[in-house]
Design a protein around this ligand. Structure first.
Ligand code: 5AD
Length: 431
């Protein structure tokens, strides 16, 4: 039997980590990972269904794999959010697929591989989580799930269907996993959750602010980040934890989705424009030079030019460092389908372009403001584009590529003088 596997991962950090868990589990059982799908005895597609034509993309990829399977005989498994969304339908449309496994079953891979479950799209009560069997790709960073699922039910979003109801892991489990990761040299930890700041320990009731503080105080942990926060769940405890711990990144991704209170209500975001601005103000008062980033959806059903203008003005007012924006994409079974049709595609494209243009100029001047400064950079590997340079991140989460001594141990904090700003990154020299 060919006990090699190949994993292809699409989508968010959660999916990245699920692939690391699948890979770690397979390796524990004697499987070997390969980078070439043609060599593999098992091919896993870890899919994403957040927007666009995700289902079609998976089916067209499966079409290619059908041909490969005729030659190599590989087993094919569809995992991730499209698996959860489509379930049985995948086996009907692509009968050469061997199993379909949703995100709730990542810890139950055994049952799927032995053939006792071919469509695993439930959310088992015991979500097995073996944190010692995670195939972490970085020697200096580790992602740690603290909660899964989402109870918010935003009207545009597929996540409640694909990742189920909110479930938090216990304080004790999270701390044990972080300690183990730090002991293995992962000095940078990123806590993950679909609504990470809705975390609540199922045993003690302690909240996200308490968890952040407890994790930040683990000895030798150099940097702590987290993703993704919901604006309606930002608590004083969370802000205080960020203010009081120098190793917590001065960076917050706080998706706003729209600057119009009317659109926010239709999206069921649970805050208004004013409330969001007030939250930003409270955070800035505590952590003045924080880097905010956001997600925005343009062209949500009923979004008028006036609504969009409010998004533009909000973006200008907040001065986000980074911004991710998408055209609204109707997702199967979501309540927004009943609100009305999406905004005309040409109009939505044009709004998206205006939004990026406005933000680009703001980002440029922000990045240029770092020129000439010496910033502490956590060195985490060679530069992706130019392997003769080192790379790392500032504590406000900007990527810096720099000239430095290649003998520097990974995970060292290096002082870097910033020479100039590039498109999304900074460039400099170690001092
Ligand atoms: N259409 C477009 N964008 C979406 N997002 C989530 N669902 C949709 C959708 N149906 C975006 C949101 C979210 C990010 C991860 O993806 O902005 O914050």
């Amino acid at each position: 039997m060919n006990n090699t596997f190949f994993i292809e991962t699409w989508g968010c950090q959660m999916n990245d980590l699920d692939s690391q868990r699948l890979s770690g589990n397979l390796k524990l059982r004697g499987w070997r990972r390969v980078d070439d799908e043609k060599q593999a005895g098992l091919i896993l597609l870890n899919t994403c269904s957040i927007r666009d034509k995700s289902e079609q993309k998976v089916y067209s990829r499966l079409g290619e794999l059908r041909e490969l399977k005729k030659k190599s005989g590989a087993q094919i498994g569809v995992c991730g959010c499209v698996a959860q969304q489509e379930g049985e339908k995948i086996l009907k449309r692509a009968p050469w697929v061997d199993f379909v496994m949703g995100p709730g079953n990542v810890g139950h891979l055994d049952e799927v591989l032995t053939g006792s479950k071919t469509v695993a799209v439930d959310f088992p009560e015991d979500r097995r989580y073996d944190y010692l069997a995670i195939d972490r790709p970085s020697a200096t960073k580790a992602q740690v799930t603290i909660m899964e699922g989402c109870n918010k039910n935003c009207t545009f979003c597929i996540v409640p269907t694909t990742r189920g109801r909110e479930v938090s892991r216990t304080f004790v489990d999270v701390l044990a996993e972080v300690r183990a990761a730090v002991d293995s040299g992962r000095v940078e930890i990123e806590l993950l959750g679909q609504t990470v700041n809705a975390y609540r320990c199922p045993e003690s009731g302690r909240d996200f602010g308490a968890l952040l503080s407890a994790v930040a105080e683990i000895p030798s942990l150099v940097r702590l980040r987290f993703m993704t926060s919901h604006p309606a769940e930002v608590s004083e405890g969370m802000i205080e934890a960020m203010r009081d711990h120098a190793n917590i990144s001065r960076y917050l991704h706080l998706p706003v989705q729209s600057g119009s209170s009317k659109v926010l209500r239709r999206m069921k975001r649970l805050y208004t424009r004013e409330k969001y601005l007030e939250t930003i103000g409270r955070i800035r008062a505590a952590i003045p030079d924080i880097h905010f980033s956001t997600d925005i959806i343009v062209g949500f059903p009923g979004e008028s030019e006036e609504d969009f203008q409010q998004t533009l003005s909000l973006v200008a007012e907040i001065d986000y460092g980074s911004l991710f924006a998408f055209k609204y994409s109707p997702r199967p079974g979501t309540p927004s389908l009943k609100i009305g049709p999406p905004v005309d595609d040409e109009v939505a494209s044009e709004r998206l372009a205006r939004l990026f243009d406005r933000h680009e100029r703001m980002k440029r001047s922000r990045l240029e403001s770092y020129q000439g400064k010496v910033l502490p950079v956590l060195y985490d590997g060679l530069s992706k584009h130019d392997p003769s340079m080192l790379a790392g991140r500032t504590d406000d989460n900007w990527v810096v590529n720099f000239v430095g001594d290649p003998a520097t141990p990974l995970g060292t904090m290096v002082g870097v003088r910033i020479a100039h700003a590039q498109h999304h990154t900074l460039r400099g020299e170690a001092v």
